[in-house]
Design a protein around this ligand. Structure first.
Ligand code: FES
Length: 83
């Protein structure tokens, strides 16, 4: 599974770096590094909802640092991964 975080200018200003850092830390903590590949993406055309993030080719999600944990928990639950 790929999770792409937009690093375009609007999202960068809204903190994509921090969102990516949070993802990296939690992927490690939950041992999901072999299941989820974190990627940087260029503008996903949802700049007003920065920080834009998407799972595989799914819909663009408006992400912030506080939402990373619940997103990962939801993904793990849907895939029946024990974290
Ligand atoms: S810069 Fe991230 S959606 Fe446009």
């Amino acid at each position: 599974m790929d999770i792409s975080v937009c690093i375009g200018s609007a999202c960068h200003l809204k903190g994509s770096y921090d969102v990516i850092k949070e993802f990296q830390e939690l992927l490690k903590e939950y041992k999901l590094e072999d299941k989820i590949t974190l990627k940087g993406a260029f503008c996903l055309n949802h700049c007003t909802e920065a920080v834009s993030t998407k799972i595989n080719d799914g819909e663009v999600i408006s992400m912030n640092v506080d939402k990373v944990k619940s997103l990962l928990k939801k993904v793990a639950e849907e895939n029946k991964w024990n974290i």
